[in-house]
Design a protein around this ligand. Structure first.
Ligand SMILES: [Zn+2]
Ligand SMILES: [Zn+2]
Length: 432
């Protein structure tokens, strides 16, 4: 790995990860990797769930290799957040033990926190995944939640990923469903990317696109095996999630893996943070949102033409309403919206509303919609308003407001620019 790829998109892509190991002897290989790299002091980070599952074993193997391995185990079992407190805990542990590298034993939040904290401290880290529950293992961005608002920061990818297939296969079914939901969400992320590319000339990499599309399709084919918790199928899902991280690393941001479906999930995270609903796993939210956004894309295809979009008005009363809605998180949200408006203004010259061409370009996504819907259904993903503590009015509110959380252009902005967002949401929710 690690060699540069000269791409037709004009950029050179680099695989940032030195080793990806999915094997039963992954921990032995991890210890060997640390030895070859000459690391003496290693911080092992886990939580109360992942330490007994894999952290203890990793500690044993690393200690046998005579590395010094201080351990940080978060006491939270389910509600560890990637917030300011978790980051300062890890930064303090890095500083106190003067470690050269960290090992993140766990899945989503543990990885985001360790990725962010090690990037700040300028030391590398290694991921030891415990579940195929999300696509961030290979990613170079950290999804943090500061002051309640999910913000994605550029950080670094792990230098190595070491996973044991039997551990992944023993992950709870809900975590597998979550990983599957995250992977199926790519159909929207990719469609949103194409939308921004076709309408506004946003940078697009066919190679990264295809890599992600193929990983998503391979995931759909695993659904029968995943229902049976078959280790091979779960390994396949895990590889798809790793590929997703690589595509993000190639492009330098999460564009190929995260669009309006993720923005809905971020909105629900904010509602959970502010006590308006209970928290749900990331990939479950993404998979659930994907189904609604697929319906919005179906509405988009019925529009005969696209007219010159109406620009969002970001005036004083808008800022006031943002402050009311997001509280301490409002400045981050306002900045994202101002950035999006700037982007839209700068890109006006690129505006190219060729509806026929757009529909042709989006064929691969549209053709996948039905199969993805069925696959999510077979894995037990609900598809009706009211699931995951999101009643119909909150769902409508989500689809209305999720675009506020990111500067990235998606179908939600597209429908908004056409003056069709509210009407389309009402249409898919059966209000009209
Ligand atoms: Zn995700
Ligand atoms: Zn490229």
């Amino acid at each position: 790995m690690n060699h540069p790829i000269a791409c037709a998109c004009g950029r050179t892509h680099v695989v940032p990860i030195e080793a990806v190991v999915v094997a039963e002897d992954a921990l032995t290989q991890l210890q060997h990797f640390m030895e070859v790299r000459g690391f003496q002091r290693i911080l092992l980070v886990a939580d109360v769930n992942t330490f007994p599952v894999l952290g203890q074993a990793a500690l044993g193997v690393l200690a046998r290799g005579r590395h010094s391995v201080p351990v940080q185990v978060f006491p939270e079992s389910h509600d560890l957040r990637p917030d300011e407190e978790a980051v300062s805990t890890i930064r303090a542990a890095i500083h106190t033990a003067d470690v050269e590298v960290a090992v993140a034993v766990g899945s989503g939040v543990i990885n985001d926190v360790v990725r962010y904290a090690t990037d700040c401290a300028q030391i590398p880290y290694v991921a030891v995944p415990t579940a195929p529950s999300m696509d961030g293992y290979a990613s170079a961005v950290a999804a943090m939640q500061f002051q309640g608002v999910k913000v994605t920061f550029p950080a670094h990818a792990p230098i190595g990923i070491f996973a044991q297939p039997h551990v992944l296969a023993e992950a709870p079914a809900a975590m597998v469903r979550s990983g599957f939901g995250d992977l199926m969400g790519k159909v929207i992320a990719l469609a949103d990317w194409k939308l921004a590319h076709r309408l506004y000339g946003e940078y697009f990499c066919e190679f990264s696109y295809q890599l992600m599309y193929d990983a998503m399709q391979a995931g759909v084919r695993q659904v029968t095996g995943l229902q049976a918790q078959d280790p091979e199928a779960i390994g396949g899902l895990f590889r798809g999630l790793i590929v997703s991280g690589l595509a993000m690393a190639f492009v330098g941001n999460s564009r190929p893996a995260s669009g309006s479906e993720h923005h809905c999930s971020h909105y629900w995270d904010f509602l959970a943070y502010s006590g308006q609903r209970a928290h749900t796993a990331h990939g479950l939210q993404v998979g659930y949102a994907t189904q609604w956004v697929m319906d919005l894309y179906r509405v988009l295809t019925t529009l005969p033409t696209l007219r010159r979009p109406v620009m969002p008005v970001l005036d004083g009363s808008w800022e006031e309403s943002m402050a009311k809605e997001y509280g301490a998180g409002a400045p981050a949200v306002i900045a994202q919206q101002q950035e999006k408006r700037r982007w839209l203004t700068e890109r006006t010259a690129f505006w190219a509303p060729d509806m026929g061409g757009l529909i042709t370009a989006l064929q691969p996504e549209w053709q996948a919609f039905d199969e993805i819907e069925q696959a999510l259904d077979r894995l037990g993903m609900p598809h009706q308003p009211g699931a995951f503590g999101i009643p119909p009015d909150m769902l409508a509110q989500t689809l209305e407001h999720a675009h506020e959380l990111r500067s990235r252009y998606t179908i939600l902005d597209c429908l908004s620019g056409q003056g069709r967002r509210t009407e389309s949401i009402q249409q898919i929710l059966g209000v009209l």
